[in-house]
Design a protein around this ligand. Structure first.
Ligand code: PLP
Length: 465
């Protein structure tokens, strides 16, 4: 498989190249030049297989033609998913009204991001062992990417990791999951600003070519293609478990940077019968507005109880747009430049229509989220985290067909966001055993202004580059 940039002006790479490149040199994101197909027989053959095997089968067409062999990929997926505390890795839970929760929070840091990052850390290490290179993974997090990336990369040979998070805007559990990791290759930075500021700093550091080369930067944000590819596996597996290819399935995904739902869209493009895909947003609803109006318009970031979705500029949307622009990187590049400059872009009419044809979208505000958490607990004793609650509320409102299973991506464990859960239910969701002493561990973190020069200087100092 070959990978090209969404802006049409960067070298074509193989999977390993795209894995290590992160953002393309032209400012675009890497996407595969074709979409592999899963036939009905391919899907049937996946039924009942362990998660790691399904992941290797689904990923292999994206990896093939690179330096990673099929048996190595199989070994890495087994290692990655052995860190999960549930034998099914991503179990389904059926609620009282027949809606399913896809529990994506059984990994080491309790969010769906572990599904991708436990594998990506191992893929990095595998590549670096082969080349003898040393990289600096630079990332920005609104909370959950940071801890998942840190757990995926801690103590791995050849990797230094610098993670930026917005100071005071991540939950205490999220912060401690990052700052209590004292492995020498892990460097946390609290930035005075929002998540979008952090993400802009990362993008600017990547755009600074001499710096990027000196630090040998690599990305672990959802701009990294390998993360999107790894996430396709659980959509394929869930659809198969619910009866695909014969039975179509619907998914609702609580959405921030558009990485998770992009993987669902990719599963559909590969041939999984997904008859409805719903984008669920909180008050930061640029995606929902774009689907409704065909115009992308950045608003101010509002803090909510689902902070991993407090995002206005969803990087991965560019990958979907590249497809909707029929692969015209130059047209997309011009429009993305206009969007960044003006904060607003009216999509070409055909693109807006195609977007609304592929996705439904809805929003749920903080009060609605609290209601969903309380109602679900009252109905059957299930505790859901606020991100999952956004998905659940929107899924119930927008479900089109009662004969099609509706699956909501449960993106975080309720104990990751205890304040919102406690406020809505009066119940304190307990942390799983491996994190029980989280509040007794020492923290280590630097604090910097939202300033590129300050971040670059700090990175070089702590990594010794
Ligand atoms: C990251 C995250 C999201 C948003 O996922 P995207 O891939 O950025 O759309 C939703 N919920 C939780 C709990 C998350 O950690």
């Amino acid at each position: 498989m070959k990978y090209e940039s969404t802006r049409g002006d960067a070298p074509v790479l193989d999977f390993s190249g795209a894995l290590l490149a992160g953002l393309a040199l032209d400012g675009g994101l890497y996407v595969p030049t074709s979409v592999p197909a899963l036939s009905g027989d391919d899907l049937r053959a996946l039924a009942g297989r362990p998660y790691a095997e399904v992941a290797a089968e689904v990923l292999w067409p994206f990896v093939t033609g690179s330096t990673i062999a099929r048996d190595e990929l199989g070994r890495l997926t087994i290692e990655a998913y052995a860190t999960f505390d549930h034998p099914d890795v991503t179990p389904l839970r059926t609620l009282h009204d027949g809606v399913h929760l896809l529990e994506l929070f059984h990994g080491p840091t309790l969010s769906f991001k572990d599904l991708a990052l436990q594998l990506v850390g191992r893929l990095f290490e595998h590549e670096l062992a082969r080349t003898g290179d040393v990289i600096t993974v630079l990332g920005a997090t609104s909370g959950d990417t940071g801890s998942a990336a840190i757990e995926g990369c801690r103590d791995r040979a050849g990797i230094e990791l610098v993670m930026l998070h917005p100071a005071g805007r991540v939950s205490e559990v999220q912060r401690r999951q990052m700052t209590t990791v004292t492995s020498p290759n892990i460097h946390n930075v609290a930035v005075d600003g929002t998540f979008d500021d952090c993400q802009d700093l990362v993008k600017a550091a990547f755009a600074d070519r001499p710096f990027r080369q000196r630090a040998n930067l690599a990305a672990v944000n959802s701009i990294n293609w390998a993360r999107v590819a790894a996430q396709v596996a659980y959509y394929v597996r869930t659809a198969v478990e619910l009866g695909a290819p014969e039975q179509p399935v619907a998914f609702t995904v609580p959405t921030g940077n558009f990485g998770n739902i992009l993987a669902a869209d990719l599963a559909r493009r590969m041939g999984v019968p997904i008859s409805q895909l719903v984008i669920a947003s909180n008050e930061n609803d640029i995606l929902t507005r774009t689907v409704e109006t065909g115009t992308m318009e950045i608003g101010a970031v509002e803090a909510t109880t689902s902070p991993a979705m407090d995002i206005q500029v969803s990087s991965n949307l560019e990958r979907l747009l590249f497809d909707l622009y029929d692969g015209d990187g130059r047209a997309l590049s011009a429009d993305m430049t206009e969007f960044r400059a003006a904060g607003r872009l009216q999509l070409p009419a055909a693109v807006g229509q195609a977007l609304a044809g592929r996705f439904d979208a809805g929003r749920l505000d903080v009060a609605g989220v609290a209601e969903v958490i309380a109602d679900q607990y009252a109905a059957d004793g299930t505790l859901v985290d606020p991100h999952t609650a956004v998905g659940l509320g929107v899924a119930r409102r927008l479900r089109r067909d009662a004969d099609v299973p509706m699956v909501v991506a449960a993106t975080a464990h309720p104990a990751k966001f205890p304040d919102a859960v406690r406020a809505a239910t009066g119940v304190e969701p307990p942390l799983p055993a491996q994190l029980a002493d989280l509040f007794d561990r020492d923290e280590r973190c630097a604090h910097l202004p939202a300033d590129l020069a300050a971040v670059e200087e700090h990175l070089l100092a702590v990594t010794g580059r």
